[in-house]
Design a protein around this ligand. Sequence first.
Ligand code: FES
Length: 110
Amino acid sequence: MSEYTVEFVGTGEKIQVSDKQTILKACIEEGIAQEYSCRVGMCLACSAKIVSGEVTQPAARGLTEEEAEEYALTCMARPKSDLKLDRGKYPPSIETETEATRDAAAADDD
Ligand code: FES
């Protein structure tokens, strides 16, 4: 088992996370505020942009393959190296969904 430092840019918070533990679980145990909802890799609420480092997250089903290289779903992601994460940054697919929802709502108003 290896342990890595996960730093959150903006707040500068740092925690130690085992490669056997999800980043979200470590945040909860350390009392760090990390947004989440489904905890099964689908809703993207726990998303963070990977500023540096690598994660393993084979069960992050809500992300495309390309997004999984740039974003971590902290409920699924385990560190593979020291990490810097920017919380509250969402992958393009969630923004596309928002635009589609907004367009549908606008069409309903007509
Ligand atoms: S909490 Fe839903 S994807 Fe992580």
